[in-house]
Design a protein around this ligand. Structure first.
Ligand code: SME
Length: 172
């Protein structure tokens, strides 16, 4: 990716011709993530840029960011969107459930998820992907959409690859 492409990727909103659809979308997104964080050791900077990339590249989102495990509780980390709840105990809400079950949760309609924590009343669907380091959950990636059924299998696979890239470059 040239310097100019890199610059554009960081500062322009979603364009179909850049990101494509389906697998191509996630190939481009994950290559951009790698180029953004490679060589930078600061975890906060990298998670901040990762959430900004998701928020500007993925259509129909109202929140994208991270909760990080601190003393057994998920604590709000870098994100893009409205101010959110700060602490989520393990097993609570979509984030705490994904972290305790150590698996990605795709929630087509948050209103039907028992115990869903509503930070932004606009959120209608959600995907939460755990971040692993040395085999342990160190946080979660949380993405919300105002559109019901916004996320599917392609997003699960693509975003699990996204957090794998993060896990290789960001040490929490
Ligand atoms: N809905 C999440 C809480 C975090 S906000 O969506 C940013 C949950 O139920 O865990």
């Amino acid at each position: 990716m040239s310097h100019q492409d890199h610059h554009e990727a960081e500062h322009t909103p979603f364009r179909m011709e850049t990101y494509g659809v389906g697998e191509e979308f996630y190939r481009t997104l994950n290559a951009q993530l790698k180029s953004l964080i490679e060589g930078e050791p600061d975890a906060t900077a990298n998670l901040a840029n990762a959430s900004a990339l998701l928020h500007q590249a993925m259509p129909e989102l109202n929140w994208a960011g991270f909760y990080l495990m601190k003393d057994g509780v998920l604590v709000l980390g870098p994100f893009q969107g409205k101010p959110a709840c700060i602490r989520i105990p393990l097993g609570k809400g979509v984030c705490g459930t994904a972290a305790s079950e150590e698996r990605t949760l795709v929630v087509p309609d948050v209103h039907l998820f028992p115990g869903h924590i509503a930070c932004d009343p606009e959120s209608a669907s959600e995907i939460v992907v755990p971040l692993f380091q040395d085999g342990r959950v160190v946080g979660v990636l949380d993405i919300d959409s105002p559109v019901t059924r916004r996320f599917g299998e392609m997003d699960r696979t693509g975003l699990e690859a996204f957090v794998e890239v993060l896990g290789r470059h960001v040490h929490l």
